[in-house]
Design a protein around this ligand. Structure first.
Ligand SMILES: NC(=O)c1ccc[n+]([C@@H]2O[C@H](COP(=O)([O-])OP(=O)(O)OC[C@H]3O[C@@H](n4cnc5c(N)ncnc54)[C@H](OP(=O)(O)O)[C@@H]3O)[C@@H](O)[C@H]2O)c1
Length: 326
């Protein structure tokens, strides 16, 4: 597993990380034993960066990570998120309540200080008011958190966050079906030494190539109840692309690849070919997926012709289908 530096944290982290939303049962049921096996498999692959949030499974994802940390001897970096629990979202934001939410996360992890706390897609007006970023700086000085970052929906929110001197990382929706950050945000993060954490690298699984028309998701799975954005931002589910359109686009893209290429490897490798990216937090509900995704770190970079094709494909075929804005 190759490593990269995560922005101002200075941490050396695995370029493939693990997204732990799945461990809160928000992609369908994942039993405790299976969740711990996913975490263990990740560590065995050399993954040392884990992303979660207080609201994933209403604390379950953090609790499971906490139980796993208690039984594991190796050093992991855990990033969590704050800002979407009922006490804060949508309009209850105060510094004291943010601090309380973070302390509750620390308790679930069984630690005194949180490694990295990311604002969790807080409402645009709250973010743009600027106070919440200043509170995070204060909480860093108070020792509640080691570092802070932001997870955002939109490129203008990402650009706004880049103005914060102390912001260590930016978590963004970014994949071969959502490429605009390359030109719009990456030059800024480079200037400001902000690490990019990529979420939805596989567009909620579409870019694995395993999904087809009529594919069934359980009722508890956001890919069932949020497929059109009924519960939260539509971009977080299938990258904002209507499911059937996404399936067709993946088939069309697969047909353009050579016999020894597949869409999953190409999708992950394309992200790693962007030097501003620190880590990809691919989500996994099974150990086999973690093992498979970790292999992307060992693949060679894609050639220029393939990069050009993927750019053209995105601009002419995909971009127009993204709902919820970019
Ligand atoms: N607002 C935010 O800050 C925010 C929002 C969304 C996500 N995130 C974070 O980003 C992480 C990644 O995003 P995501 O999980 O939504 O999307 P993703 O990584 O694009 O897709 C994950 C899904 O793809 C499938 N998959 C992954 N690897 C596979 C493999 N090798 N073979 C077959 N299927 C595979 C699995 O589907 P099945 O479970 O169906 O097998 C898995 O649940 C999350 O876990 C979370 O930590 C943050």
């Amino acid at each position: 597993m190759k490593t990269r530096i995560l922005g101002k944290t200075g941490w050396t982290i695995s370029e493939i990380g693990l997204g732990c939303w799945q461990l809160g049962n928000d992609f369908g049921p994942v039993e405790e034993r299976q969740a711990l096996a996913v975490l263990e498999a990740a560590m065995e692959q050399g993954i040392n960066f884990f992303d979660t949030a207080d609201v994933y499974g209403a604390g379950l994802s953090e609790e499971r990570i906490g139980r796993w940390l208690a039984s594991s001897s190796s050093k992991q970096k855990i990033a969590t998120k704050v800002g979407r629990d009922a006490a804060l979202y949508p309009d209850g934001y105060t510094k004291e309540k943010v601090k309380q939410s973070l302390q509750a996360s620390a308790k679930r992890f069984g630690v005194d200080v949180i490694n990295l706390a990311q604002l969790h897609c807080v409402p645009r007006d709250v973010l743009f008011a600027g106070d919440i970023l200043a509170w995070m700086e204060d909480l860093q000085k108070e020792g509640v958190i080691e570092h802070f970052g932001a997870s955002v929906e939109m490129l203008d929110e990402a650009k706004f966050c880049c103005q914060s001197d102390k912001l260590a990382s930016l978590q963004m929706l970014f994949n071969v079906f959502r490429q605009d950050a390359v030109e719009e945000v990456f030059p800024l993060v480079e200037q400001q030494n902000i690490g990019v954490i990529v979420r939805l690298p596989l567009a909620s699984g579409l870019l694995t190539g395993k999904m087809h028309h009529g594919y069934q998701f359980s009722e508890q799975d956001h890919r069932s109840y949020n497929k059109d954005g009924a519960a939260f931002h539509v971009g977080e589910t299938f990258n904002g692309i209507p499911f059937d359109t996404g399936v067709d686009l993946v088939s069309e893209l697969s047909a353009k690849l050579t016999a020894n290429q597949n869409v999953l490897d190409v999708a992950l490798r394309w992200i790693l070919d962007q030097p501003q990216v620190s880590t990809i937090i691919a989500g996994a509900s099974q150990s086999s997926q973690v093992i498979r995704n970790a292999q992307a770190s060992e693949l060679p970079a894609l050639d220029g012709e393939l990069h050009a094709m993927l750019k053209r494909f995105y601009q002419t075929k995909v971009r127009q289908h993204i709902r919820g804005g970019i």
